[in-house]
Design a protein around this ligand. Sequence first.
Ligand code: NIG
Ligand code: FE
Length: 420
Amino acid sequence: MASSLAVINCSQLVTLSGPARPRVGAELRELSIIADGALLVAGNRIEKVGTRDEIERLIENSDADCEFIDAGGRVVMPGFVDAHTHPVFAGTRAGEFEERAGGATYQEISARGGGIQSTVNATRAAAADDLVEAGRRYGEWFLRGGTTTVEAKSGYGLSLDDELKILRAVKRLDEETALSYVPTFLGAHSIPPEYRSRREEYIALIINEMLPGVAREKLAEFCDVFCEENVFTIEESRRILSAAREHGLGLRMHADQLSLFGGAKLAAELGTATADHLEHTDAEGIAALKSAGVQPVLLPGSVYALGSTRYPQAREMIEAGLAIVLATDFNPGSSPTPSMPMVLSLASTHMKMLPSESITATTVNAAYSLGRGDKIGSLEPGKLADFVVHDCDDYRDLAYFFGIEHPWKVYSGGKQAFAR
Ligand code: NIG
Ligand code: FE
């Protein structure tokens, strides 16, 4: 036995072991917790989970060297998988945040060239190294909060070179840091000002140059589109996503965030992996997602940070049997938080999700939405040893105590990535 690491004395080993597919309905509440549990790691993978007694006996009967971590009666869980983030950008939007605090709306600021466009201006002007540097800082924030994998969208470049610059930065962050990144091309995040009077040409640029360039360099696994009034129409979104599929990319969509625009229905028609946001999606849209097997990715951090009260209909989606995912939407405008525990808190207080449901939605279901369900998202033999020792003895504390950092130690691929 090539054992290297044993984590013992876990008050709750929250394994989320279960069927090898995203969880729905009552399954969302089944965390497969082992009381007084222990975890055995061999190299970068999970070798075995069990009670402390079982694991200790296994180690006694083997002659391999084993390092022990005493979790001290804490909760041990899979690392969070954050399936929707925009983590590579230059500058911040603290000034706009202050304006919004003074009464301006997100849409007003965007209409006068602020919003996404102000981050695009800063990101275009930034050197690749500076984007990686900023990304490293945010990457540490994710790890400190117990997140070990993030989906990472481009979308603040909006030219071939600048979109490639962002995706190459994502690649470097994935290779050079302990956080794992799943890259998504979001050239269709906004129409840049130089194309405002000729949007058709921007769509052509995405389809004829950006997508082939991204695919050639294998810089993205998914393609996303911001489908919304005054951004990309249903027809434009359909064309871009269909072209992306031709290049072998998986599909995701910003859908029905600011209005009931038909995004969820388009996601269902195209059979995308996910439809994200869904604050305005109605019963018909929910039914369409269900029949197409699309996973909803709900982002309460952006609802909160925009000062809105229109949270997505999580309970209706769970009732309908959707394999719900929760994520941060970390970005400099609508959701400047990398904190999954904050998302858990919002999901319980504003969306009536049980802490158990939210934990499933931020781990195993999120992993499946990224095509990584066989590798991460639960503590099962053979999966990557991405796990977190949280400084509490009851998993519900993660949603209950909010505004604090819970992790005591974070491991990525069996290696310590953060320790308090
Ligand atoms: O998911 N909806 C579009 N994109 C982001 C906001 C990006 C920004 O404001 O910079 C979102 O909310
Ligand atoms: Fe987003």
